[in-house]
Design a binder for this molecule. Structure first.
Ligand code: FES
Ligand code: FES
Length: 161
């Protein structure tokens, strides 16, 4: 199947079997390894990407759904101003994550702040529970999101003056 879509802001064209999963396609065809195959059942959250702007698990997305759509992986997101907010927040919270879950944590934080700049404890809990992490503390992830929210609000306010 021939598919054309936008990947990290660039036009992408591929030929792939219809049922190929996005997480595999990214690694094999584009050398993008930030979305990590973990459980491959939509549970661990480690294969997160933004699909048409929404947080999505790439292990559940067959390539036939990509036609005309936009995918942003952590590799593309790292080049955005929004990433700077998250990076600041995570560093300020003293997060020192291994590489396994960091891309998903970044995209989860971004996605939450897109929908709510002042997330409640419950909203943070819901968002963060979607990422399985073996190494860093849950509280540092929560604090990282809070600091990132402050940074993003400050940037928006500065932009409006
Ligand atoms: S590999 Fe996709 S959610 Fe676990
Ligand atoms: S920091 Fe290592 S799995 Fe999350």
């Amino acid at each position: 199947m021939r598919i054309e879509f936008t990947l990290n802001g660039q036009n992408a064209r591929i030929n792939a079997p219809t049922e190929t999963l996005l997480v595999d396609l990214l690694r094999r065809e584009f050398g993008l390894s930030g979305a990590r195959p973990g459980c491959m059942r939509g549970q661990c959250g480690n294969c997160a990407v933004l699909f048409n702007g929404a947080l999505t698990r790439a292990c559940l997305l067959p390539v036939f759904r990509l036609e005309g759509c936009e995918v942003v992986t952590i590799e593309g997101f790292l080049r955005t101003k929004e990433f700077a907010d998250i990076e600041y927040g995570f560093e300020r919270a003293g997060m020192d994550p291994c590489r396994f879950c960091i891309s998903s944590k970044v995209l989860v934080a971004h996605s939450l702040l897109l929908s709510e700049l002042e997330p409640s404890d419950l909203e943070i809990e819901r968002a963060t529970s979607g990422v399985w992490c073996r190494c860093t503390s849950y509280s540092s992830f929560v604090n990282g999101i809070r600091y990132a929210a402050h940074a993003r609000k400050r940037r928006y306010n500065e932009r409006n003056f």
